[in-house]
Design a protein around this ligand. Structure first.
Ligand code: GLP
Length: 240
């Protein structure tokens, strides 16, 4: 893993955005893997700024998102589909049909999971994937305890429900289930950028980078990937 520490979250996020910008410039028909959460917002804003400045063209880009809540509609203010349109897709020239987020309204969620992995493979695989990390070391919604291979349905842990309740009226309103790309689906990406910011992420960052490869910290599997760049702010790097 390559590890870079920046002074603050904004700067680390900009660096992540610039790595994605370079990918788009090098390969205008890239397949990009996107993540939700607060962490990647400065990266997405960097991409929007570069698009507005005429540096980037998204017309041939295809994207896959890591995960989506089950049980809420895509129009829900906290759906990850809506998050991506609000923060990136509606602000650049990506054709709406080129973006894919797991669909919680599919008639069969199991079939949606299988189709999702097949669609990534059919697109040629993900060239560059951005990841955030949960306080408990999860990536996407792969919670501690196992390394599931493909896209699957997950039960969120109490820790994740607690962490994500800030976006909902109360913890009771946080969906209990989600559809998530698996660890195998993520590890198949040719290149990964992991962005970690904030003091609350310092223990997870240390476990991921310096701990054993163990499903107790699902992100630790990234030690086995040949092309991972970890970008942290100084607060998240405090325990390295
Ligand atoms: C959610 C998402 C993850 C994300 C994590 C951290 O659980 N499923 O993909 O990495 O939140 O979010 P944040 O960046 O807001 O801390």
């Amino acid at each position: 893993m390559k590890v870079h520490v920046y002074k603050d979250a904004e700067t680390a996020g900009k660096a992540a955005g610039l790595l994605f910008a370079a990918q788009i410039i090098r390969k205008p028909a890239s397949v990009l893997g996107f993540a939700t959460g607060s962490t990647p917002l400065p990266a997405y804003q960097t991409l929007v700024n570069l698009y507005e400045a005429g540096v980037l063209d998204f017309s041939n880009i295809r994207t896959f998102n890591l995960d989506e809540y089950a049980g809420i509609d895509r129009s829900h203010s906290q759906s990850y589909y809506r998050f991506m349109f609000d923060n990136l897709f509606s602000k650049v020239n990506i054709p709406p049909e080129s973006v894919r987020v797991p669909n919680p309204a599919a008639t069969s969620l199991e079939a949606e999971c299988a189709e999702y992995d097949a669609a990534i493979d059919a697109a040629g695989g993900i060239d560059l994937q951005i990841l955030g990390i949960g306080n408990n070391g999860h990536i996407a919604f792969n919670e501690p305890g196992s390394f599931p291979f493909g896209t699957h349905i997950v039960e969120l842990t109490p820790s994740t429900i607690e962490a994500n309740k800030r976006f909902f009226d109360s913890a009771d309103d946080v969906p209990r289930k989600a559809i998530s790309m698996g660890i195998g689906s993520i590890m198949k990406a040719r290149e990964i950028v992991m962005l970690i910011t904030g003091a609350n992420k310092a223990p997870a960052a240390a476990a991921m980078i310096n701990g054993p490869v163990d499903s107790a910290c699902p992100a630790s599997i990234l030690q086995m990937h040949p092309n991972v760049t970890v970008l942290l702010d100084s607060a998240a790097a405090a325990m390295l």
